[in-house]
Structure formats: structure tokens, C-alpha cells
Design a protein around this ligand. Sequence first.
Ligand SMILES: Nc1ccn([C@@H]2O[C@H](COP(=O)(O)O)[C@@H](O)[C@H]2O)c(=O)n1
Ligand SMILES: C[C@@]1(CO)OP(=O)(O)OP(=O)(O)OC[C@H]1O
Length: 160
Amino acid sequence: MLRVGLGVDVHAFAPPEAGRRLILGGVDVPHERGLAGHSDADVLAHAVTDALLGAAGLEDIGHYFPDTDPRWKDADSIELLREVRRVVGEEWSVANVDAVLICERPKVRDYRDEMRRNLAGALGVEVGQVSVRGTTSERLGFTGRGEGIAAQAVCLISKV
Ligand SMILES: Nc1ccn([C@@H]2O[C@H](COP(=O)(O)O)[C@@H](O)[C@H]2O)c(=O)n1
Ligand SMILES: C[C@@]1(CO)OP(=O)(O)OP(=O)(O)OC[C@H]1O
């Protein structure tokens, strides 16, 4: 049996004085502002996590890691993805993940391969099974105005 899941996440940029780092797919991307969030605000890891949970027909990321729980304050979202992969169980294998980051800046192309490695490591799959790319929204909307970053991901799983 095959199942597909879709994950979508959005995080606003924090003001520069907040001193947040910009973490995308587990990569510390050099940028003047990081994203606001209870965790490390890794919008890409969150979208992939929800895509996997959706594919497995489980609850959403906020169910497993509530943003009211101090345990997840500044949490490493790649580790949360690793935990969700464990929850999904070995009866499912991950066929592939495809994910998109939507922002004008930073350009993510130089960091894509490291993001893919981090996501693949957490999922226990080969790097070739994970794709990541960036796109702008042609300066339209909140991403176009540089107010935040959006991410979307799909994940295909199959019953072992
Ligand atoms: N945050 C981003 C946005 C874009 N890219 C790269 O630029 C290409 C063109 O983007 P358009 O939105 O103008 O189509 C895109 O295909 C990416 O290679 C990026 O790396 N990071
Ligand atoms: C992982 C969590 C934990 O608080 O991260 P947040 O930074 O709150 O990010 P969000 O995508 O709003 O919700 C997911 C949360 O479960």
C-alpha cells in the first residue's frame, strides 16, 4: 500500500535584535534575521514532519510537540523529525520526500544538499530520496515582502 502526505508550514522572521539563527533543514543559514518560533523554527523540517505524519494518517506536529511545552523550547527540529520517523514505525518505508522553501531571501540553493543530508539522516533514507529547492513568490504576499518563510513538502510512504 502507498500513502502520500502533504505538509505546510509558515514562520515569521524575528526582529534582528532577537538574535535568532536561521535554521532551515537543520542548516544554520547565514542571514540577518532568524525565524520566530517556540522551537528552532525550522520551517522546512516542520513541513516534512507534517507530510510524514499525514502520510501515516497520524496526528499533526503540534500534537506530538506542543508549543506550550518547555521541552520543545528551541528544540532541534531535525531531532523531532527523527522521533516522528520512529513513531511512524518500521512497517512503513519512506519512498521519497519533495520539499520547497518559499522566500525571496536567502537564496537556498547553496545549502540544499546539506538540508537534504540532514532530512535524509533523520528519516533513515538515502539522500537521493529527498529533494529540496527554493523559489521566490515574485515579491508577492508575505514571503515576497520578506516577512517570513513558507515551506511545503510531500512525502510518499509504502507498507513494507
Ligand atoms: N529562496 C530562493 C529562491 C530562489 N532560489 C533559486 O532561484 C531560482 C529562481 O527562483 P524564482 O522564484 O525566480 O523562479 C530557483 O529555481 C532557485 O534555484 C533559491 O535558491 N532560493
Ligand atoms: C515543533 C513546534 C514545537 O513548538 O515548533 P514551533 O516553533 O512552535 O513551530 P510551529 O510550526 O508553529 O509548530 C510546531 C510545533 O509543534
